[in-house]
Design a protein around this ligand. Structure first.
Ligand SMILES: Cc1cc2nc3c(=O)[nH]c(=O)nc-3n(C[C@H](O)[C@H](O)[C@H](O)COP(=O)(O)OP(=O)(O)OC[C@H]3O[C@@H](n4cnc5c(N)ncnc54)[C@H](O)[C@@H]3O)c2cc1C
Length: 504
């Protein structure tokens, strides 16, 4: 295993490892390790634990909440552990076994080129937008994507994990084998038959798409505690994922509307009536303003859109087309105001449009940062239950419209999870946007929602998690972490503040 020692050496040759996409500033670190095997991970953790040095786990470095950014101590990058080791069938289910550093796009490529013995086509359905992410990172953040409306997030597809605890002990957890007791505890057996008791926090999770804090549920499966735990409980070394059958045919359509109300009303009906829908995404008028300079072909008289994909076959195509045409007409649009088709290139074109929004936001901010270096975008990652969604949208509008801030609301509307972005023009607007984000979090929680539906808490969203679960909820999470990581060396500062952990 390669270990780079000394902060100067790391800073001069390996500074890229001190970042992720949050652009949070790292602290100084003394060690950077590149394990190639699970044994390497265990040895490094034992060494660091012996020296009382904290360890941050890094993988694809695409996280947006600073989870892989070290505050001090050592960084363990699992990126060299990128092998796909098995494709197998267990009962009726096809599965892939891979190391934690496997790149998502490589996993997808391998599956696409594999000939399954029953001549069917399968795929791994978690479509994280950024495909340079790695599977261990996806597990640790419970990543999701556009298609999680139909297919769910990473959690749903994980069948087995191998985890290295900070003590160097290995845990192998198969789904369906270890459940919490009635007292909300796990009894976990580690090396030499040693048993640890793990108390599950008492807070109640919202039953919607959620990536905030530890997963907690009555009679829960131990594997679910590790999924989405942002590397605070152990280092994932190996992952077994399930595959599913590829849909026969998929249509991808981008329907334009002259009024945001029509777009939202179309979505609300289509969500009920289009039973084979896979994706629903929304683009508001702010998104159109951002995109127009790059995409002059966007219809001039339209200011919002819904992107959706639906599965079909020869028997269902006519019914599905009629439903779509009717819903468009009911909401003052039509197929003439809709782009898309059935080909891969149609879908890719629409996905490019979707991805142009965050890119454009980043370009605008890069320019503004030359004059106001401290500003960055404020992006709320909030979701609420179905029945509260329109109340949240009205709340955003009532607060934001009078302030004349530059905003855009776009994304995963299928799961009531829109990315509400404020793009500050100066320091004053930036301060205001931060204050508003806090209020948005409070509103979401009051509506039974979550402060993070997708990206997790990392090192930058602790105050929002406290709004959701209170100080006591955070303390209970910290206590749970100590059961697996008694010296509190792993991923300090992720999910909850360091001051709730053992002092270093
Ligand atoms: C342009 C863009 C688009 C994105 N789109 C999406 C999206 O559609 N859906 C979504 O959910 N997210 C999205 N993200 C966020 C990000 O891609 C995900 O959070 C992803 O799961 C991170 O994976 P990674 O390999 O880059 O992990 P990293 O950023 O390296 O790490 C993320 C967290 O996981 C921990 N970790 C990583 N590997 C391990 C391991 N083996 N064991 C223990 N802990 C580990 C790290 O310590 C850190 O806390 C996007 C990011 C960008 C920049």
């Amino acid at each position: 295993m390669q270990i780079i020692e000394g902060k100067e050496k790391i800073l001069s040759g390996y500074s890229a490892y001190l970042q992720d996409e949050s652009k949070l500033s790292a602290g100084e670190i003394q060690y950077l390790a590149f394990p190639e095997t699970e044994k390497d991970i265990a040895e490094f953790l034992k060494q660091m634990s012996g020296k009382n040095v904290s360890v941050t786990v890094s993988n694809g470095k695409t996280g947006v909440v600073g989870g892989a950014v070290p505050l001090s101590g050592a960084l363990l990058s699992v990126e060299k552990m990128d092998k796909i080791t098995d494709i197998k069938k267990i009962g009726d289910e096809w599965r892939v076994v891979c190391q934690a550093g496997t790149v998502l796009s490589e996993l997808n490529k391998k599956i696409e080129n594999y000939t399954f013995s029953n001549s069917e086509e399968y795929f791994y359905p978690v479509d994280v937008t950024e495909t340079s992410t790695r599977i261990g990172g996806n597990v640790s953040t419970n990543a999701s994507g556009e298609r999680s409306f139909k297919y769910g997030s990473t959690r749903k597809w994980i069948r087995r994990l191998r985890i290295v605890l900070s003590t160097g002990d290995i845990l192998e957890i198969e789904r369906g084998k270890i459940f919490a007791s009635k007292e909300n505890e796990f009894e976990v057996t580690i090396a030499n038959n040693k048993k640890i008791t793990v108390k599950i926090p008492s807070y109640k999770m919202p039953s919607i798409k959620n990536a905030a804090g530890y997963y907690v549920k009555e009679n829960m499966d131990l594997i679910d505690l590790f999924i989405g735990s942002e590397g605070t409980l152990g280092v994932v070394s190996e992952v077994e994922v399930a595959l599913t059958k590829k849909p026969e045919n998929v249509m991808a359509l981008l329907a334009f509307f002259a009024d945001e109300k029509d777009a939202l009303s179309f979505f609300s009906s289509a969500k009920k009536e289009l039973k084979t829908a896979i994706v629903f995404e929304y683009f508001d008028s702010g998104a159109f303003e951002l995109l127009r300079p790059k995409l002059p072909e966007l219809p001039e008289d339209k200011n919002s859109a819904i992107f959706f994909e639906a599965e079909f076959n020869d028997n269902t195509i006519d019914d599905i087309s009629s439903i779509i045409e009717k819903l468009l007409k009911d909401n003052n649009s039509s197929m003439d105001n809709t782009w898309g088709g059935f080909e891969k290139k149609d879908m890719e074109r629409i996905r490019e449009i979707r991805h142009a929004i965050p890119e454009t936001i980043n370009e605008i901010l890069a320019k503004r940062k030359q004059k106001f270096p401290n500003i960055h975008k404020i992006s709320a990652d909030i979701a609420v239950p179905d029945e509260k969604f329109s109340e949240l949208i009205e709340y955003y509008k009532s607060i934001l419209e009078p302030l004349k801030l530059q905003t855009t609301m776009f994304g995963h509307i299928g799961e009531n999870h829109l990315h509400m972005n404020i793009i500050p023009r100066n320091d004053g607007e930036f301060s205001k946007a931060k204050e508003l984000h806090f209020n948005f979090a409070k509103k979401a929680v009051s509506l039974g929602g979550t402060v993070s539906a997708e990206h997790g808490i990392g090192k930058i969203k602790h105050p929002y998690l406290e709004v959701m679960y209170g100080k006591d909820g955070l303390k209970q999470m910290a206590e749970l972490k100590k059961s697996f990581d008694p010296k509190c060396i792993l991923n300090r500062g992720n999910i909850f503040p360091e001051d709730l952990l053992c002092v270093k």
